[in-house]
Design a protein around this ligand. Structure first.
Ligand code: SF4
Length: 489
């Protein structure tokens, strides 16, 4: 696709918006008339007396649409208003030519609920809703969703204070690699990765000790612990036991409100591992079927069966965890609306305390997605999420957490739904950046939040386990950044 920019600097917004309809298309931004492509978007901003005249021309495989508008505003507001108007014109033209009207309108940011919360604080709820509907062109259903989630998140954010922090532990290993995965995670089916795991855990233990010492020296208060990945469930029961003991030995867990281990793949779950998790007071676990359609599981490279998902859930239920989460994904390859609806019905019939409904993201680094072949289109994915919303609401689940990713099918969203009192606090703390997250392990990113302000600083660990192991000295050096950050405020 060619995106032509004349007379303005809104190229970033225009590019993001074009990607909503064409997530896999390479977008060439040009500032002249060079080149040609069957898909072309031309945007022009012309200065006129008291404002700007904006022109948008879209041509998609022979179908064309031209739109224009005049924006008048004081000088200080003119640029932003012109940018928004250009986005609205692109939205109108693209929606008409493609037959898909994205329900999030021109909103391309990843945290609509955070924006909603800020707007409510600035202008009040009614004006914030009107801005979502009238200016950002968000559908009434999604505006309501953003509003509901914003309120739920606010309550959780308010639990946090200036000394709060959460701990994230990264286990970037999985039984096999799913075709849609864009995370750095090694399949332990590969013998090198399997061999690396014990050494990885050694270093991880060292980093846990180091991080615990810093947290204690700074007098920080631990609110939540989250094991993610990857699939923490790939650890054998004794490895898990040792790791969880290391957490206990190095952190004061007396203030912890929530302890989550994303067990992840159903095929990793055993009675021994569940016993270990329970013994160490883990309260929330995730068992992620993604779909209850056997053919899809095979297609996406998840080496487990529907039967295993059901059995793992039933087994975990007998251990009395406070909350069990199940992840589902809308838009998986070859899945029809009916397939997805059946997965939602199955999950709801099991009544886990949390159900997180993701929309497939077409990431370049995943196996599946160079072509996006067989993936649901925007209109089907939209119907899938509408169905999930209707069924979950009917069964007493409420949305409490939401984020979006770039390249999500249909520019849709991921929503955490829960039964009353079962919100995953860590998800909200992390997404809303209301306190620091000290993160350990390969691929982990420590996010430091200024205790009395909003400044955020990040410390990156090495991405891959082999780099993490070989460059561990560097990691310990970087960890000093936590102390320097806090002492600078
Ligand atoms: S289980 Fe999750 S992290 Fe592991 S390969 Fe699949 S999508 Fe990636």
């Amino acid at each position: 696709m060619i995106l032509r920019i004349f007379g303005h600097d809104f190229h970033y917004e225009c590019e993001n918006l074009c990607r909503v309809w064409f997530p896999n298309e390479k977008i060439n931004i040009v500032y002249d008339n060079s080149g040609n492509d069957a898909k072309e978007v031309v945007t022009r901003c012309i200065s006129i007396e008291g404002g700007n005249r904006l022109e948008v021309f879209v041509s998609l495989d022979g179908k064309e649409k031209s739109l224009e508008a005049v924006v008048t505003a004081p000088e200080s507001e003119l640029r932003d208003k012109s940018e928004l108007k250009t986005a609205q014109l692109i939205f109108e033209a693209m929606s008409e030519l493609t037959g898909y009207t994205p329900p999030w309108g021109v909103l391309t940011g990843v945290r609509p609920s955070k924006l909603m919360l800020r707007l409510i604080a600035d202008m009040g709820e009614e004006a914030a809703m009107n801005y979502f509907l009238g200016s950002l062109l968000v559908s009434p259903e999604k505006a309501k969703l953003a509003n509901t989630v914003a309120k739920a998140e606010e309550e959780i954010v308010n639990l946090s204070d200036k000394n709060s922090f959460s701990l994230y532990v990264s286990i970037p290993f999985c039984p096999t690699r799913c075709s849609y995965c864009s995370f750095v995670s090694h399949s332990i089916a590969n013998s090198n990765a399997k061999k690396m795991l014990p050494e990885y855990l050694e270093k991880l233990g060292e980093e846990i000790a180091l991080t615990g010492a810093v947290a204690s020296e700074l007098g920080l208060k631990l609110e939540s612990v989250y094991f993610g990945g990857g699939t923490p469930g790939v650890l054998e029961a004794p490895q898990m036991d040792r790791l969880l003991s290391q957490i206990e030995n190095n952190f004061d867990l007396s203030t912890v409100r929530e302890y989550t281990v994303e067990a992840g793949r159903p095929d990793t779950i055993t009675p021994e591992k569940l016993r270990v998790l329970k013994l160490h007071n883990v309260g929330r676990i995730s068992i992620n079927p993604q779909t209850f359609n056997q053919r899809t599981l095979e297609l996406i490279g998840r080496n487990h069966s529907v039967e295993q998902s059901l059995k793992a859930y039933m087994l975990a239920k007998t251990y009395g965890f406070k909350s069990i989460n199940m992840d589902l994904i809308a838009g998986l390859p070859e899945e029809t609306f009916e397939d997805f609806a059946a997965s939602v019905d199955t999950a709801v019939a099991l009544s886990p305390e949390n159900i997180t409904v993701h929309t497939l993201a077409l990431k370049r680094s995943s196996e599946l997605n160079a072509s996006g072949a067989g993936v649901a289109n925007g209109n089907t994915a939209k119907r899938m999420l509408e169905y999930a919303s209707q069924v979950l609401t009917g069964r007493g689940y409420a949305p409490y957490y939401m984020y979006r990713q770039s390249k999500c099918v249909g520019n849709l969203e991921n929503v955490g739904w829960c039964l009353d009192g079962h919100e995953c606090l860590y998800n909200v703390f992390m997404m809303e950046e209301c306190h620091s997250v000290l993160a350990v392990g390969a691929g982990a990113v420590t996010k430091l939040r200024e205790p009395n302000g909003t400044n955020i600083e990040r410390i990156f660990n090495y991405k891959y386990p082999y780099e993490y192991i070989s460059g561990f000295d560097k990691i310990t050096e970087r960890k000093n950044g936590i102390k320097s950050f806090y002492l600078s405020y």
